[in-house]
Design a protein around this ligand. Sequence first.
Ligand code: ATP
Ligand code: MG
Length: 579
Amino acid sequence: MRLTEQLFVTLREDPADAEVRSHALMVRAGFLQKLSAGIYIYGPMLWRVLRRVEQIVREEHDRVGYQELLMPALQPRELWEESGRWDRYVQDGILFHFADRKGSEVCLGPTHEEVITTYVKRMIQSYKQLPVMLYQIQTKFRDEIRPRFGLMRGKEFIMKDAYSFDVSADDMKASYEKMHKVYCNVFTRCGLRFTPVEADSGAIGGAGSEEFMVDAETGEDAIAVCHKTGYAANIEKAVSQIPAPDAAGDAVEMHKEPTPGAKSCEELLALFPNLPKTRLLKTVLYSATYEEREETVAVMCRGDREVNEIKLLNHLQAHSLELADEETVRSATGAELGFAGPLNLADGVRLLADQSVSGVEGFLCGANETDAHYLDVWFGRDLEQPETADFGVVQEGDQTGDGKGVIKITRGIEVGHIFQLGTKYSEAMDATFADKSQKVKPLWMGCYGIGVSRVAAAAIEQNHDENGMIWPLSIAPYAVHLVQMKAGQEEQDVLSQEIHDTLQAQGVDVLWDDRPKVGPGAKFKDADLVGIPLRVVVGRDAGDRRVEFGCRDGEGRETLGVEDVLSQILHACQEAGRA
Ligand code: ATP
Ligand code: MG
């Protein structure tokens, strides 16, 4: 492809709103253009990348027997009422929904469990038809609170979603394991370094789930890993053994201490310099929203630990959870913010405790009175230990749950998520089959997503330098960047044309920079920016049929004969599955 025949515009400056490199570089290279927050035009170069990713996804799904279909993006409200998800998604604010001209409500699909379950239940009668394995690649819509980082978190993005339907829990697990392998293959082929981690299932629901995290400092997710034991879990879900609390001295009587203005742990520790942080118990107030009611929840937690809101939400089985606002805190505690404690909370406030408080003796806690705390409080003597569970955030240096290793916190970009759904949707939506003895049973489902557009962004987060993107060969927009130093110089024209045509004929796609009025410096700058992985430079040795060949990252650059270069390129492209 001749560059002069393409719309090719690159920018010198990073866009002002780009917080991560992948976003900035894609915009500068003309891959991506913002239409409004979280809504982007995918330019021709990016579209080539996305089609490559899709192709890998298709091949790996087809290989294990998945069939591709395409479902509508518009989904009627009734389906979401059937599954019971409409209210939750509307309350969350994530759902784009509106009424059609007849007043029927529809949403733009953020995910497709309802539609696929409807489709399959109308097709399936008997166990003989199972398993069924289907997938689609389609645009999804989510009204994200914080659309950002370009392709990473859009309001509109491309997802591959697959669904499996089985006769039993065991078969569902087998389908899930099969998909785990498919995902490993897909991400490996896309040239990504990634870690599968245990995950929270969130609003999708079901029993087990795993996320595939691309290792990247800029990732939005924190991950707890232990290289020794192989443990890896999203921090939302991770568990650990936490260090024991410091022991208390003598069991003196509980007493009130004036703590004017001391609201944070740091301010309190300054007032009580001899008190270890593990004997300071904070009480954090939340407002939980359920289908038909709200509840104020107070959670006790050790001063050196944090509350994990996802674990708390799951325990409460609430729709959503947020930190209580000032007014709620005042009416629950009778005090200003910062003095909440477990004693004398208002009626109706539900008191819980994180497991970190177990075994803490003679502690300090809020008195539910402005400018006051209680000191030397003991569970069993001054109050019963409230309902206690693991509501804590795992921290670096904690022991793994099995006590055999130490946890490290790293960051990642979630590019895929696989779920064992069980019968959550099939029971709610009456999707059944007749087993061998004609007994009617619900289908066992799994669902599996890959953020196709996010994969492209993640690849660049992992592979770039100060000059631009460096695409993995398997998903690069073109395999070869052919830089002609001086367009119009006859020997260079002829050799470039030959290289271009030979490679194209072999199925290797080439971007040929044949711009006549652009100097070599600017051409190399652009080539570095767009990051096509293999580079051929046709210059002054063209008459001798010699060219410079190397990789975008500068590796192995040398001047070689054309035939040698052509065969090396073909070989590399075949290895990467693109010729
Ligand atoms: P996140 O936690 O990042 O919001 P999610 O857990 O809600 O994502 P899933 O429902 O698991 O997302 O969707 C499957 C995949 O789709 C994710 O693993 C991710 O790669 C991708 N994805 C989800 N939301 C977005 C988005 N707003 N923009 C781009 N890709 C997304
Ligand atoms: Mg997810």
